[in-house]
Design a binder for this molecule. Structure first.
Ligand code: NOJ
Ligand code: CA
Length: 665
């Protein structure tokens, strides 16, 4: 046998015996700055991530423990089986940036058991210039067909106890303040979780494309390590699966500055493209609604002497929307089922039957005649069994009037009385609703959602989500409304996951019914939030009476909710944020600056504007005497001619803000 044949025979033998020849394999970002490598550490697969040669994550664990087995899968073989790369630009149906570049290098690594039943788990890794994502794939194989995951053993080991911003997993519906502690003090946190890496750099851990799987949270382990925790089924199992199948992507943004943290498109890029052929009916817009006055307890959801959703009142809202170019009107409490304890008796909800003082047919026809879309509230109190039993009739009825928007509600700690809100069961039920809505050409504003992971790229009719401690807490929270720093944190934790239906727009700060509680911002900050906090559906939540005759309402009328491009110009999480965005449908720019409880003076360079071009800056600022505690309503309006070489000074009151529209001259 000649030497070449011998070598060939030997290497074939190696492959047959083990199938793995590489012990360490890596892939780098297109610009070469970030490297992701997989290796074996004591016979266990681990990954490390380096930036400019410096380790960010070291020997972080990978793999699974299956139900019924004591030990993790012994995946002691590491073998590179594929490489790929992509550089493409795609267009969003709606979004913060119209065009998105998807540029990565990819490797697929096969991990397998060496001997025994030789089960296989592949890892697909994509490294971008601003971070990475990886997912597990269970290929079709003889010894792994149907299985249940007891534990996903992914961890993120930074090797040092960095400071993080995070939301507690124990607070329902993600309606928590951001907590700011060393990673070691995290008390099981949701993702996105944002880590301050020093010198203005950030890492943010999240996931992309949560499909047929359980949501990932993070819990500290050792010094500087966060471990994945999957939301369990009621029987304790994490995920039921059948090969071939894939997990969601585990993602991390690696950003040199706060602007890049907010701008990252890794999550969207790791979701599937839009599956809907016709998206002409999916339109971003603003809505008002019979909502805030319910939360302030002026009116009730249920039928009675103080019922809010009456024909007369709804028509007033429709008229106001039509007169002011607001595209939608939300009505809550229009349908039967709100009487008594609706959380307990959620089968009382009827999604086609209105209360006697709400003339459904007349209102729908009236709205249609005025070019206004009704945003039809479907609170199903997490009873998906009941909701799904009516969903086809309901959606058929709504779309028969050419109405395309619903707001869903899931108030109840357990879905269908049994399963957690973001476990595999809930994730699948929610998807069924979004897909059904898409078939009926219905856009969804999902309240009490599962944390967004970019599914809105694939189903852009899933337009916005609550899942944030929003403005409703300012109506009734015994502690007294959201803290002034809250809105400066939201964009950098929850906001990294996608749109937030925060529902600002307060012009009347009084609330005689709950005097212990109110909106703790100035009016100018309310305006600025339309730029700082992104959603393709934005609410102007106050009663129209509060807007009448107010110049400041012009900003709400003008501000778009679909953008050509967006930039966080400056921010310190928990202190202040300055964001600029360009309208998708005109050359106008908008700027929002907000601050926490501290008043602040700022100088904002306008270098984002088109050079050598004059703009009229329409400036809505805090009045000289404004402050959030006892003079929130004071604001000024002024106009200035500016160019991109100007720097404009801004004076923000305590919990104040400044909102600017730049109109090209
Ligand atoms: C909670 C939602 O977030 C809120 O907007 C709605 O008004 C209530 N549930 C009632 O459904
Ligand atoms: Ca809520």
């Amino acid at each position: 046998m000649n030497i070449r044949l011998l070598t060939a025979a030997l290497s074939a033998a190696t492959i047959i015996i083990c199938g793995c020849t590489d012990n360490r394999t890596s892939v780098s970002s297109p610009d070469g700055s970030i490297t992701f490598e997989i290796s074996l550490n004591d016979g266990t697969p681990v990954y490390s991530v380096l930036q400019e040669g410096k380790k960010i994550l070291s020997n972080s664990t990978l793999g699974f423990t299956l139900k019924g087995e004591e030990n993790p899968l012994a995946l002691s073989c590491v073998e590179l089986i594929g490489r790929d790369s992509k550089d493409e630009t795609w267009e969003q149906v709606w979004g913060e940036d119209r065009f998105v570049r998807n540029n990565y290098n990819e490797m697929t690594v096969r991990l397998s058991e060496n001997g025994g039943s030789a089960r296989i788990v592949d890892i697909i890794v994509r490294v971008f210039d601003d971070g990475f994502g990886f997912r597990y794939s269970f290929p079709e194989q003889e010894n792994l067909k149907k299985f249940a995951i007891a534990e996903e053993n992914t961890s993120f080991d930074f090797g040092k106890d960095l400071k993080a911003w995070w939301l507690r997993r124990s607070v329902p519906y993600y309606e928590d303040y951001g907590h700011h502690t060393p990673m070691s003090q995290v008390d099981t946190a949701h993702t996105p979780l944002t880590i301050e890496a020093g010198e203005g750099r950030y890492y943010a851990i999240h996931e992309a494309n949560l499909t047929d799987y359980a949501k990932m949270s993070l819990t500290p382990e050792n010094n500087g390590c966060l471990r994945a925790v999957l939301t369990p089924w009621s029987d304790g199992t994490k995920v039921y699966a059948e090969a071939p199948c894939v997990t969601p992507w585990r993602t991390m943004i690696i950003a040199d500055d706060i602007g890049k943290l907010a701008a990252s498109k890794i999550m969207l890029n790791l979701n599937e493209p839009c599956v809907l052929e016709d998206v002409s009916w999916i339109r971003p817009g603003k809505y008002i609604g019979i909502w805030w006055t319910l939360h302030k307890d002026f009116y009730t959801w249920y039928y009675g002497p103080r019922h809010g959703a009456t024909t007369k009142q709804t028509m007033r809202y429709i008229d106001f929307a039509a007169d002011n170019g607001i595209s939608g009107v939300l009505v809550e409490g229009w349908n039967k089922g709100w009487d008594g304890n609706w959380m307990k008796n959620s089968t009382g909800f009827d999604f086609t039957q209105a209360y006697p003082d709400y003339d459904f047919d007349r209102i729908m026809k009236y709205a249609a005649s005025k070019g206004v879309q009704m945003v039809i509230h479907n609170e199903y109190a997490a009873n998906t069994e009941h909701y799904l039993s009516q969903i086809h009739d309901a959606y058929k009825l709504y779309s028969s009037y050419d109405m395309h928007y619903i707001k869903t509600g899931n108030v109840n700690l357990l879905m269908d009385g049994k399963e957690e809100h973001d476990g595999q069961y809930a994730v699948n039920r929610r998807r069924q609703i979004v897909e059904t809505a898409a078939q009926s050409r219905i856009c969804v504003d999902e309240h009490e959602p599962a944390m967004p992971t970019g599914i809105h790229r694939t189903y852009p009719n899933l337009m916005t989500y609550e899942g944030v401690r929003g403005q409703e807490h300012d109506a009734w929270e015994p502690e007294g409304g959201n803290k002034p720093e809250h809105q400066t944190v939201c964009p950098f934790i929850r906001g990294l996951a996608g749109p937030m239906d925060y529902t600002f727009g307060t012009f009347d700060f009084s609330n005689p019914n709950y005097p212990f509680c109110r909106v703790m911002t100035t009016l100018a900050k309310q305006l600025a939030q339309y730029v700082v906090i992104y959603s393709p559906l934005q609410m102007a939540s106050d009663d129209p009476f509060a807007y009448e005759g107010k110049k400041a309402f012009d900003f709400i009328k003008d501000v778009p909710c679909d953008w050509h491009e967006s930039h966080v110009l400056d921010a310190v999480i928990g202190d202040y944020v300055v964001t600029a965005r360009r309208d998708r449908h005109s050359e106008d720019w908008y700027l929002g600056a907000i601050t926490d409880e501290n008043a602040r003076e700022m100088s904002i360079p306008l270098s984002f504007l088109e050079p050598d071009t004059e703009y009229t800056a329409q400036i809505y600022a805090d009045g000289p005497d404004a402050n959030y505690e006892n003079n929130p309503e004071s604001y000024t309006y002024s106009e200035l001619t500016v160019t991109s070489s100007d720097v404009i000074p801004m004076k923000l009151a305590t919990s104040g803000g400044c909102a600017v529209r730049f109109v090209k001259k």
